[in-house]
Design a protein. Structure first.
Length: 198
């Protein structure tokens, strides 16, 4: 007797005294016995939803789909071309990554918002977003990739981004360069002042 047969025999023995339900074979998920939410509960729910909308400024409006085979890239004014070149070639250590593969667009928006904010708070400089690529412009992965490109440019914290190198996922991933936090800039100033002091 093999393992599958033993498992089936054990299951049959354990289920021997179970009596099948008569009539409907599904639970009634109706409102029987359920109370309507109170005004206070409705107000709290609306407040929580409004708070999320206010804090997450990333646009959820229509996005122009990127051609599936085109790399994406962005650089803020004032960022040196050497920085974007080094980023494009994978020259910075990736401190953290976010995997958005197969996630719904609304979840991607929420996860990306939290990820970039937390990465900046923890003073990370280079992160990577894995979004997938897809085989057609209308594929889910390419829709997410198109939104990611739009969303990243909406963060003040993002200085630049570029399609990852093949070893990191190629067109299915994006390197993101974050600006230094206020604390990190302050530490740099103090360090340079010490070096100049006699």
């Amino acid at each position: 007797m093999n393992a599958n047969q033993r498992d089936e025999q054990l299951f049959s023995r354990e289920m021997a005294d179970v009596i099948p339900l008569k009539g409907r074979n599904h639970a009634d998920a109706g409102n029987a016995g359920a109370q309507a939410p109170s005004e206070a509960q409705l107000a709290r729910r609306a407040s929580a939803q409004d708070g999320e909308k206010e804090s997450n400024f990333l646009s959820d409006e229509f996005v122009d789909l990127l051609p599936v085979n085109d790399p994406i890239e962005f650089r803020r004014d004032g960022i040196q071309t050497g920085v974007i070149e080094k980023l494009r070639h994978g020259g910075y250590q990736v401190d953290s990554q976010l995997n958005l593969l197969k996630c719904p667009v609304a979840e991607c928006r929420r996860e990306l918002f939290n990820f970039i904010r937390q990465a900046h708070e923890h003073e990370l400089r280079c992160v990577m977003v894995i979004h997938g690529r897809g085989k057609s412009d209308e594929s889910h992965a390419n829709v997410v990739r198109s939104y990611v490109g739009k969303w990243l440019a909406q963060f003040d914290e993002v200085q630049a981004y570029a399609t990852a190198q093949p070893r990191h996922g190629g067109l299915g991933a994006t390197y993101v360069m974050l600006r230094k936090s206020h604390r990190a800039r302050q530490r740099n100033r103090e360090l340079h002042q010490r070096r100049r002091a006699p």
